[in-house]
Design a protein around this ligand. Sequence first.
Ligand code: C2E
Ligand code: MG
Ligand code: MG
Length: 836
Amino acid sequence: MPDYNRQATVYWWSVVMLGAVLLVVCLVMLAELGWSGWLQIAAALLLAMLAGLFPVRVPGSKNSFVVSEIFIFLLLLLQGPAAATLVASGEAAIGSYRTSKRWTSRIFSPAAGAITMASTAWIFEATLLALQSLGWTGAAPLLASSMLFAAMYFLVSAHLTSGVIRLKRSEPFFQGLAMVSVFRWVGMAYAGSAAVAALLFLTYQQSGASVLMVMVPLLCMLLVTLHFYFRQQESAAAVHEAHSEAVEREKLMLARESETAARHLRELQASERRFHAAFTHASIGMALLQFDGRILQANRALEALLGQPSGTLTQRLLLDFVVPEDLRDLVDQLGLTSDREFEGFTRELRCRHGEGHVVWASVHCSFFTEPGAEEPCLILQAQDISARRQAEAGLQHLAFHDGLTGLPNRRRFQDDLASAVARSRSPQGHPFALLFLDFDRFKLVNDSLGHGAGDELLIQVARRIHDHVRPGDTVARLGGDEFAIIARNVEHERHALVLAERVMHALRQPFQVAGAELTASASIGITFSAFGYETAEDMLRDADTAMYKAKASGKGRYAVFDASLHTAVSERLRLEGELRHAIEDGQLTVEYQPLFDLRDGRLDGFEALVRWRHPAGGTLAPSAFLPIAEETGQMLQVSDFVMHCACRQLRDWQRIDPSLAELSMSINVSADDLAHPSFVARVTRALVESGLRPQHLTLELTENILMSRIEGGLAALNQLRALGVKLAVDDFGTGYSSLSHLSKLPIDCLKIDRSFVHQLLRAPDDDAVVRAIIQLGGSLRKSVVAEGIESQAQMDQLRSMGCELGQGFHLSLPLSVQAASELLRHPRPGGNAALH
Ligand code: C2E
Ligand code: MG
Ligand code: MG
């Protein structure tokens, strides 16, 4: 009894025990019963059991009742309470066996049935006897007692059977009349059964057992008929109900469907209206197309995009508006639309605008089925992307062109060079030359005239180079002052050399920049695809190498690459790195080359010449490292070193020997020095620190430096001259200085270039030049120095021409400090022996 509480358990046991006792008592009481009595008991039990199989459904309700009790009540009237108790218990046992699987119920039900019947049957008998004893005879007391019996039977039975459940739920055991509302149908069935049983009994009493033999089967048949009739009614009602439900459902569905259809129609119409409104007023161009590209309908935005009057696009072919270059692709795409798998395409096309210009459009095309239309068509959306395309083209141009000159930049040039190299390696062979240009001393323009002027010069230079190449050639700016030219279809080396000459000549013509006249010179390195290059990088590297060679051999020249240059360039790169440390590590020294008065052999002064005592490479001449110092921006440091060293040295010598008080020191000034704003200050500092008087210092500037920097440097030179510093034009005669300029320059001395001295007595023209320079010096009241005197004959010639001063290996090599000091300590009487 898993779900039984204590009360329920006690109750259960009580009922079962009491029921068992009653059954035993009943059996004892029936001990004397004859076979006909037992036959009636068996018949009643059988009939009651059978009746239980045919419950009669109460029409219009969910309740049903069984009429087993008719037979049990009838047995009660025929055989008394003991027999009825036995049958009631048996019927309950069979009924519960059929309806319940719980053993507790199967035991409890017969016990409860026995108690109910026993208790009420005896009360019935007592009541009947009491009524009869009161003299009430006939059918009435029987019927009244039966009704009372039925009521009690109902109450006891209902309480007993539902008692277990109520106790389990801890509800009050006695329900009183509340039971009536719950079990009223059962009560009515009992009442009816009791009434029928009483009537049957009365009939039996009047007409004998044979009536029962007829009535009972009739009754059974009636009950069975009623059972099936109500079942049939029930199923008919169920069918009817199901049918009407189906009909209702169908009606509902139809109503919903028609409502849905109407809503769909409304939605469709609204969507169509929306589509047409969206189509017409869309800000992007839209059109419905046939599969061949014919326009069925176009909106205003598309008309505006193509520059066509309103309403004129219908029936036109979209292809008519596309530029020929993009037509093929569009035709191909439209051809694919017949394919089932076609999912649409997006393209960027150029279209011709009505006003003649080209419009870039991003076009998307896909299938479209117009509401109500049977056949699909194509829907096209077109957006004007001209602005974006222009911006992209601008960006593209920026990415591959130099912002200043508009020429292709290094990236673009490398691509072009790579494809030119590839083409040159093809069987047809497209030979070409690569020219690498680098401006000589371009940095000075920036430093002296400012970056604006530098930029301006670069723009003009770029234009000039561009104007002097052939149409198929490529000119690019690789950065800074580096330019490159791809000269195509160069069959012979000399074609490239002629081009280099032409470009150099063009660049030598003066430029008007920032109100000043500038000359530019470039060094050009040349190499040829015929050397069999595999990569653009290799070729560019060799042209660069050749350019360095051109620079090293005197600037303003061109040089053709040859393999030996590799070593020279790598040597140069090595020196570049080492020079920085050389200055810091004190590897630079100064040698002093004496200048003599050619008339009396007297020592006039020295020219300071820088040297690099290279730890591994021995003593390096200025030409080996000064260009590197210039390129790498270290020139000022070198100049400062020489200036301080030489000034201090001369001052020392003057202090040691007062007879040397009028000795002078010549120091070479580079273009970088003159261009630098602090030039005057640096010279002054060297003078102040050494204590040298300004008139004992001569600054030498080459003719080329003087001429190209004249505008920027003139003020500085005037300032220095005002201090008393002397100025000399070095390598005079090699440049392009005009005499009118020369007369205006604040200079004291002209130094005849050694190339003229070298040619003295060999080339009459050079004799004439030297003579003219000496005369010029005389007329402008400037002293004249002859450089590079290597022989007595040259010296004699110079003296005869009236040249006052001279220097050269014939007179003295450049000397170390010690050697120069020695010379000063022991001057040969009467000056240099070579002069006598
Ligand atoms: P420069 O100013 O014309 O100096 C004279 C050069 O001629 C020196 O060469 C000298 O050694 C050389 N020389 C002297 N006599 C003779 C001769 O009889 N025959 C030959 N063939 N050469 C002779 P160096 O020392 O190699 O200097 C070369 C150039 O380097 C100088 O030419 C000068 O322009 C520059 N330089 C030298 N030292 C300095 C310096 O400290 N600063 C600057 N800015 N430039 C310097
Ligand atoms: Mg010099
Ligand atoms: Mg010189």
